[in-house]
Design a protein around this ligand. Sequence first.
Ligand SMILES: [Mn+2]
Length: 357
Amino acid sequence: MNQTRLHKLYRILNDQQLDAVIITNPQNRRYYSGFTGSAGVLVVGLTKAYIVTDFRYWEQAGIEAVKFELIKQGQYVWTSVFEVINAAAWKRIGFEAEDVTYRDYLQIAKLAQDVELVALTDEVKRGRWAKDTAEIETLAEGARITDLAWQQTISKIKPGVKERDLALEFDYQLRLNGAEGSAFTTIVASGYRSALPHGAASGKEIQAGDLVIIDGGALYQGYHADMTRTVVVGRATDEQKKIYQLVLDAQMRALSLLKSGLTGKEADAFARELITDAGYGANFGHGLGHSVGLEIHESPRLSPSEPNQIPLDSVVTVEPGIYLPNWGGVRIEDLVVVGETGVRNLTGSPKTELIEL
Ligand SMILES: [Mn+2]
């Protein structure tokens, strides 16, 4: 992978006085090495970087992880990892405490007799917070595919159609338009079910008068797009129009004020203040958004509980919602790149009017 990414790891080695870091988190493994397979461990020191993987991936890892020396895993992955560490005479080794299971840790600790283990938290993951140009363009393509799938799905939303069949149609259109899959299980929640912020698509049939929330996105080259639109089947009531407008105003306010350097809590407040002032604060029970990338939910979050700053070139969702039990809900979500003075919106699907179908 490109040298800049390895330099992020060198900085961690320096800061923590480590000889090497063991990387086991699948997305971190992919980000730092370029290897897209499902199993393998990176061992990265200042002088040398290794990828330990099993027979299934020897050829693939050799092709993809160009900056890494391939170590063919023996019977036990951790034994092979420590053969590398001992051969290099590395003594102080960081590992991802958020990723290593207790069972793996017991094996590591047994093998690390002459080695000092240092538990890292999210240091390695933080290297993925700001996206590079290639990552941003990949996410932009995922958002474009998501827009196309939505455009194809919208005409299928009508009375009598099951939520899960709409989800299937959306997923099919994502694939048809170039996605390798869905970024997560597509949410379709209609009528009273639209009051469930993460209502999985069910066997419920769409009815006239229903608000319908569809939340989904393309998985494209490993990166996760995310978008939500809410429409109404038939003519909207005044209350449906009012709630939609309030959510839209809150989202537009957040989009116009969002920029790098703000904390996640400050960004969240842009939308939350408006919704709270209108009397619906208790009905907006989730955060304003989250970062996306190789995972669908990444840090920093846009949330009242996020003290971290949103870095330049992070890609985040902005998705306020209002949910009224037994009535329904509205959520509007766009995917944006955070710049120094504002955002670049990657989502193009229309939203300025509550669409009546
Ligand atoms: Mn989201």
